[in-house]
Design a protein around this ligand. Sequence first.
Ligand code: FAD
Length: 462
Amino acid sequence: MTTRFDLVILGGGPGGYAAALYGAAAGLSVALVEELRVGGTCLHRGCIPAKELLQTAEVLRTVKGAKAFGVAVGGPTLDLNVSIERQQKIVDRLTKGLETLLSGRSVNVFSGRGEVLDAGAHTVRVDDGTVLEGGSLIIATGSSPREFPGIPFDGVKVLSSDHVLGLTTVPARTAIIGGGAIGCEFASYLADVGSSVTVLESMPSILPGVDTEVAEIVGRMFKRRRITVRTGVTVEGAEVDGDSVSVRLTEDNAQVALEVDTVVVSIGRAPNTAGCGLEDSGIEIDAKGFIQVDGEMRTTVAGVYAVGDVVATPQLAHVAFAEAIVAIKSILGESPRPIDYNRVPWGIYCHPEVAFCGPTEAAARAAGQDVVVSVHRFAGNARAQIMDQADGLVKVIANSDGIILGVHIVGPMATELLGPGYLAVNWEATVDDLSILIQPHPTLGELFGESVLALTGRSLHA
Ligand code: FAD
């Protein structure tokens, strides 16, 4: 028997559940098919559990640094079982909240693995035999950790992000293959909890795509924290030998080996497009497995949309949310404005945190923009000194008309500080618009205000 809805969604992660909530809020009848628990990678194997562990690391760092404030504490100990338990409680609470939201909006959640039966007819078959037909269909099946060729995950010595999030003992020596956002978050976390960490990155710098000056500060602070960063290296393979793993590298044209206890592979995530009934469906998929979409998230089959990690856009939960809203507006015939992927916000939660929006200074110059740049350091910020976290900077990039193009932050609470920078870039605010606004004192946010004020040619504290 086929049950009909206005909208059928395959996958209940941020892309799928946001589409369900937003679509239901607009009055659509919605079916959501999820094979695990709603919430997806973000809630169960990504953003939320990873940030909980990073928070644990921060608490440990704070306690270790308490002496500088005259607060005497004994040598702190860490029980990761407690942190993992806490992590699970947070995830469970958020999952329950999401389930309540979905049922409150009368979204019909079907538990089971689904596959597209007939894309043109917008039908999905769930593995219990239920067939769902939608006026429209959204594919939001997400992504999975990518394996390093020849170094398969075993969950013991060779770990994916999924495995790291469940570690209850800290490996003495860890090699992290890949110095991108997730690799650097894990490097930061594992170093804080006591592992001797080496990051292996093939590019000339960690955090490729991040402003050079920002990435350099992260590299310097990692070094100070005894995290070894080896850039420009090619990982050739790895062999597990008893309790240790030997990672083979090419570095400066020489073959070298790195002995560690655990390898974490963090080289990106592959879209979940296999085994979902997409083969021969008419839905175009590129060579890397991503579903092809246009600016309204429409696939090559009429009435079928794709959002989130399954499309080749920044793999971020908030981008999946935004794409879900665009898809629903398109379904409703509202001709939504396509997302400007060059101006989405990015947050990286390592220590020091990184957040940015808009082009890097190098990218803005390479695009032929006549740019002016203002850099202010947390060393001159009262609140940062009070917090004893005065490393880092805010960089504001504007064009010759004074329009703010990019905002880049590295330092304390950078991810929380990006808000005004994000608005400035996306509202195409000018230096004159912003320089008259008042920042509360003493706050970390003053640094953004100072950086903008300096672009008027006069400044206060710098
Ligand atoms: P997913 O979250 O992967 O959800 C897809 C869902 O579809 C899953 O629940 C899956 O079970 C289901 N599914 C797949 N196939 C089927 C099928 N055939 N039938 C039924 N169900 C199916 N992003 C941020 O913005 N901020 C962060 O701080 C951040 N940190 C991260 C940290 C880590 C360690 C990782 C791994 C990721 C992180 N991300 C972060 C990325 C973020 O998790 C993803 O961008 C986001 O989850 C993508 O949402 P999605 O809905 O596209 O896919």
